[in-house]
Design a protein around this ligand. Structure first.
Ligand SMILES: [Zn+2]
Length: 129
């Protein structure tokens, strides 16, 4: 399976943004604790100025740089496995989880006694394993 991943540049920017969010939260909490401290408004402005400068530099480098950050990375199977893919596949749908109604052909999963489409009684599930 090939995976299309966000490039390391955008990922780094996301991590940086998250870190800024944490810092912002800490500042916000500190400001709230001291209730209406004027320096907070100053710090708020300075923080957003810093973030703005970093993002401007990042975008400028991507717009003009010779060796730009990739917006997306396409990886081959096994080259860089997708961690989420592994997690999702930890509990694969077992074989035979899907059944088909022998009367109308409706596909369904689970332990139904009657077909949800035609309403006829379904044959009992075969015992496997
Ligand atoms: Zn049916």
């Amino acid at each position: 399976m090939r995976s299309v991943k966000p490039g390391r540049g955008p990922s780094a920017m996301g991590a940086f943004g998250s870190a800024v969010g944490v810092i912002f939260g800490v500042i916000w909490t500190g400001a709230a604790a001291s209730m209406g401290a004027p320096p907070f408004f100053l710090a708020f402005g300075v923080l957003f100025i810093i973030v703005g400068i970093v993002q401007a530099l990042y975008n400028y480098k991507n717009a003009t740089g010779e060796n730009r950050f990739s917006a997306f990375d396409i990886t081959e199977d096994g080259e860089e496995p997708d961690p989420l893919d592994r997690r999702v596949r930890e509990e694969p749908l077992p074989e035979g989880a899907y059944r088909f109604c022998p009367y109308c052909g409706a596909k369904f999963s689970g332990d139904f006694v009657y077909c949800g489409k035609c309403g006829k009684r379904l044959p009992d599930l075969e015992q496997e394993g």
